[in-house]
Design a protein around this ligand. Structure first.
Ligand SMILES: NC(=O)c1ccc[n+]([C@@H]2O[C@H](COP(=O)([O-])OP(=O)(O)OC[C@H]3O[C@@H](n4cnc5c(N)ncnc54)[C@H](O)[C@@H]3O)[C@@H](O)[C@H]2O)c1
Length: 452
């Protein structure tokens, strides 16, 4: 008879063997900006992936071999399909997976409170189909404690066992659960995704070991931490570090403008220091799914411990008022040219939240457009990634991107997003006035440019 210990070791062993032999099946829940690239990485390593998503349109598009994200080419989806990738909204197939990775949204509610309804709905749908020996990893960014409090609790309520304990001796068989934060950097073409180390924190050593075996098939380095909470906090530290430093340079920028100093020149000079300084750049505000959102997950959780997260709050305040600052700079620039804001024609270049991405989430450009419209400015926009902008959680614009034919018809051109497709020399040459929030016009000398 095989001893219990050997049996437990063999559970992990058989999991890792199935990864090595490429027999393992990987389920990715949430085929968005995170889940889809992850799908392609596993597929490229010949692991068979099933994608689960409640959005039927995405499921159908992907099954037809097409992409719906600009920077992912359809040929990569078609190639993944050829390696067995299939998308579905039927969660019964979860039972056939060796590993299941959850990549669903974690936004804030209107009251800046974590909205874990997507995570909860996902684990509610998955839990009835889970069985011993499977690995379940939460990848969605969230506050420390979520994996234990929501994922593990729901699995246990469904009558399943989650592996616990610190060594192989102390538990029977069960489901291996871990948290592993996503470090996707949209639009970053310089760092290959597989070169970004993957942090993993399992509920016990077997979960961590299984997750390391899985991720080592697609990442060159894994970094194990002692618990899911440590992994959850790692991701928040990274994003709070960014939010705080961006707020700091946004504040410095405003002071520099008053002092007649070019903040960009200062940052570039400071960045020559080979240690102790990392360059962060000012802008019109922060956007995307992560930086404006994630820090407040920690603020919310910290309240449970009676602990005020003052850096996060202050950074949030500064970053959130940047669109208003930009709106005032446009109004001021028009005023100096004797043009009333009411009826002035302003063209906003770029509505995506950052350069060369087809993502509008939390984009400061949308807030700036609404603020300018509030001053009765006639606002148009251009964005090669967004032919139209309709209605979203925080905006209601219903606008169409205008062609960049005759820029001289605008009283002001506002560079809100520095897409690389724009010809900035031409923009400055043909415009009457340019307000540049991204230093996109660096190197161009013209008294038409106001950098802010
Ligand atoms: N986008 C990024 O660059 C990025 C980077 C790091 C971390 N993250 C984090 O990763 C997570 C996912 O972000 P994203 O940008 O991929 O979101 P996304 O909105 O692009 O994709 C999420 C997908 O999940 C699907 N979904 C929602 N509820 C579901 C359910 N119950 N079952 C199955 N599918 C469901 C949606 O239809 C959508 O396709 C978030 O927690 C986010 O904070 C995102």
């Amino acid at each position: 008879m095989v001893s219990a210990t050997v049996q437990k070791i063999s559970t992990l062993q058989s999991f890792t063997d199935r990864i090595t032999s490429r027999e393992a099946r990987v389920g990715i829940v949430g085929l968005g900006y995170v889940g889809l690239p992850l799908t392609l990485l596993f597929s490229a390593e010949k692991l068979r992936v099933t994608g689960f998503d409640i959005d039927r349109t995405k499921v159908d598009t992907l099954n037809a071999g097409n992409s719906y994200i600009w920077r992912i080419e359809s040929e990569h989806i078609a190639s993944a399909r050829a390696h067995g990738f299939t998308a579905t909204d039927d969660f019964t197939a979860i039972a056939e997976m060796d590993a299941i990775l959850i990549c669903v949204p974690t936004p804030l509610t209107e009251h800046h409170v974590p909205d874990l309804s997507y995570v909860q709905a996902t684990i509610d749908a998955i839990a009835p189909h889970l069985h011993d020996g499977q690995l379940l990893v939460l990848e969605s960014t969230t506050y420390p404690g979520t994996t234990e409090e929501i994922i593990v609790t729901t699995i246990e309520k469904a009558g399943r066992r989650v592996l616990r304990g610190t060594d192989l001796e102390d538990e029977l068989n069960g489901i291996m659960v871990a948290f592993s934060p996503e470090r996707e950097d949209p639009g970053n073409m310089e760092t290959p995704r597989r070169e970004v180390p993957k942090v993993i924190g399992g509920c016990d050593v077997r979960a961590t070991a299984a997750a390391e075996a899985l991720y080592q098939s697609i990442f060159t380095q894994t970094v194990a931490v002692s618990s899911p909470a440590a992994a959850e906090m790692t991701k928040l530290l990274e994003n709070i570090y960014r939010a705080v430093n961006i707020a700091m340079v946004n504040e410095m920028k405003q002071l520099c403008m008053r002092m007649g100093i070019d903040i960009w020149e200062v940052i570039n000079a400071a960045a020559t220091k080979p240690f102790g300084f990392q360059a962060f750049y000012p802008g019109p505000g922060i956007g995307g799914h992560c930086i404006p959102v994630d820090p407040f997950y920690l603020t919310w959780k910290a309240q449970e411990y009676g602990f005020p997260t003052r850096f996060i709050q202050l950074a949030g305040e500064i970053n959130e008022q940047m669109p208003t600052f930009v709106m005032r700079q446009v109004a001021r620039a028009l005023n100096f040219r004797g043009i009333a804001t009411k009826g002035a024609k302003v063209l906003v270049l770029g509505v995506a939240y950052k350069r060369d991405v087809d993502d509008l989430r939390e984009s400061p450009s949308l807030t700036i457009i609404e603020l300018l419209q509030g001053l009765d400015v006639e606002v148009s926009y251009n964005d090669p990634f967004f032919p139209t902008v309709g209605h979203g959680r925080k905006y209601d614009l219903h606008m169409t991107s205008v062609p960049l034919d005759d820029l001289s018809i605008y009283d002001c051109v506002l560079i809100a997003t520095d897409h690389s497709a724009y010809d900035y020399d031409r923009i400055v040459e043909e415009s009457k006035l340019v307000v540049d929030t991204r230093n996109a016009t660096r190197g161009i000398v013209s008294d038409k440019i106001i950098r802010c």
